[in-house]
Design a protein around this ligand. Structure first.
Ligand SMILES: Nc1ncnc2c1ncn2[C@@H]1O[C@H](COP(=O)(O)OP(=O)(O)OP(=O)(O)O)[C@@H](O)[C@H]1O
Ligand SMILES: [Mg+2]
Length: 501
């Protein structure tokens, strides 16, 4: 299509058809002519036209044919060219009523072309309007299709889905949610979340999301215990368009996954590990003692080479015992039996000792190890557990700084809690690895720290201990710049805070 306006000229006079065709073609229109109404209908059945011009000098014989034309092409503007002598033709009068415009002869060429131009504009405007309407209908259709598809997906999901509004009421849910929550009756929307899920920490997450404390692309993962099932709940803000700020938080979307089977398996695996570690430790301790006796020459003097072999054996046994102890520690933490006694503890003193134990190793690696403390108050803790925390964090800081640098430990009283930071200038940890380093057995593969041996249990133990003391731990790191671990532990209430000797 070349974009020209297409005109169908219908006229009973041969010479009129020819002269109008010439005039309109010369003005840039594409013209097809027809000698009567039936011929016009035949042409219109095959091709599309923008406008139709009707020119009749004789009385119109078949009014019905033209009525059909108007019916079948309701959007096509029709202009009627009439002579004075035919105005009394009833058929023509009725056609004029359905036409877009009419022009009475004699008329000037300019006047005629202007009328044709107006009909063309009308035709174009009509086309655009119909196109816009079609687009709206299509969009609505697509939207509804998408909505239905989404509904089907949500309803077929094995995971529970719950959408809450700003009043913390459930406004949408799927059958899996009902099944996972063990609800027998149907939920009538909207219903307060607290009536369906009795989990304070989930509700506080939803409140946090609603108050805008959470990033729009952030999701919060937590475990929810329903009594019969353990679920992993992942909540994220639900956004809605807003005139003033473009998007605003209108509620939250939470997806629940049933992890009861994993939990059960994890428990069985922990029990098994615990049992194996326990059974291995006693004979290993005996073997170590026997080797020490040999090494010290208490069972007879050893030659240099024999002594060297025995000592190497002792080192391997020590590494195995360390691993077994770590495994047992993790098992105890998971069983909630790790923290044995909580007493008023001077955390500054414990860190100072850990720093002095680690100092020779730092020296060996060309690392400056420093410690500072300020405004410290006693915490209620198991001192052995606290030692474990700082031994792990400081030894990590040294181990993962293969090129030397500095390790700075600082402890500061901050009102209700003590904040301890262990900062190094080592290899750092990438943002993808950061969330995994507290997982059991997780170790980051880094070419510069390949020679560092370990089991990946240290940070799992540290986190477990911190949380058992109602504290929290977080980490910030920049690859090749360094890592800072920050721990916060609540200080003791005034009534309890006298440190035991
Ligand atoms: N300060 C740090 N700088 C860089 N990477 C670190 C640092 N601390 C920990 N990591 C990374 O996190 C991983 C887990 O640390 P974690 O202490 O749990 O285990 P580990 O040191 O490998 O073994 P171990 O159980 O003997 O402590 C480490 O393997 C290391 O890749
Ligand atoms: Mg470690």
């Amino acid at each position: 299509m070349d974009g020209k306006t297409r005109i169908l000229f219908v006229g009973d006079e041969n010479h009129h058809r020819e002269s109008y065709e010439r005039l309109l073609t010369g003005s840039g229109y594409e013209v097809i002519t027809a000698e009567d109404g039936q011929a016009a209908l035949d042409i219109l059945a095959k091709r599309q036209f923008d406008i139709t011009l009707l020119d009749f000098n004789m009385p119109i014989e078949d009014q019905k044919v033209f009525e059909t034309l108007f019916k079948t092409h309701p959007h096509m503007p029709v202009v009627v060219l009439t002579g004075n002598e035919t105005t009394d033709d009833n058929a023509l009068e009725s056609i004029k009523k359905s036409a877009y415009d009419f022009i009475t002869k004699p008329f000037k060429t300019d006047q005629f072309l202007l009328t044709v131009k107006r009909a063309t504009d009308k035709s174009n405007a009509g086309k655009k309007e119909r196109q816009a309407q079609e687009e709206i209908i299509q969009t609505l259709f697509d939207f509804n299709t998408e909505k239905k598809r989404l509904k089907t997906i949500i309803n077929c999901m094995a995971n529970g889905v719950m959408v809450t509004n700003s009043n913390l009421e459930i406004i949408l849910y799927n059958p899996a949610l009902i099944r996972l929550m063990g609800i027998s009756e149907e939920i009538k929307n909207p219903v307060p979340v607290s009536r369906i899920i009795n989990d304070k920490s989930l509700i506080s997450t939803l409140e946090k999301i609603q108050s805008g404390e959470c990033q729009v692309d952030e999701s919060i993962s937590q475990e929810v215990n329903t009594g019969t099932r353990v679920l992993r709940a992942i909540s994220a803000p639900a956004l809605a368009p807003d005139r003033n700020v473009f998007w605003k938080v209108a509620g939250a979307v939470t997806v629940f996954e049933d992890i009861s089977a994993f939990k059960q398996l994890d428990l069985m695996k922990s029990d098994f590990l615990n049992m194996v570690a326990h059974e291995l430790r006693s004979p290993l301790v005996s073997i170590r003692q026997l080797n020490s006796v040999l090494s010290e020459g208490l069972a007879g003097a050893l030659q240099e080479k024999q002594k060297d072999f025995v000592n190497r054996g002792i080192k391997k046994i020590d590494a195995l015992l360390e691993l077994i102890n770590d495994l047992l520690d993790v098992a105890k933490i998971e069983a909630g039996k790790y923290v044995r006694q909580k007493v008023p503890t001077d955390i500054g003193k414990i860190i100072e000792e850990a720093v002095s134990i680690m100092a020779p190793r730092a020296d060996e690696q060309g690392i400056t190890l420093s410690f500072s403390c300020q405004d410290l108050k006693p915490v209620e803790a198991d001192p052995k557990n606290m030692e474990e925390i700082f031994n792990n964090l400081i030894s990590n800081a040294i181990n993962y700084s293969p090129g030397g640098g500095s390790v700075t430990v600082s402890a500061k009283g901050m009102g209700d809690y003590v904040e301890i930071k262990v900062a190094d200038t080592g290899v750092g940890i990438s943002s993808e690895e950061l969330p995994k380093i507290f997982d059991k057995f997780y170790r980051v593969k880094h070419p510069k720290t390949r020679q560092v041996t370990g089991t990946g249990l240290g940070l799992a133990i540290v986190k477990g201990v911190v949380e058992a003391h109602h504290g929290n731990i977080d980490v910030e790191s920049i690859v090749d710049k360094g890592t800072t671990f920050r721990i916060r532990i609540p200080v003791m209430t005034e009534s309890k805070s006298s440190i035991r000797p």
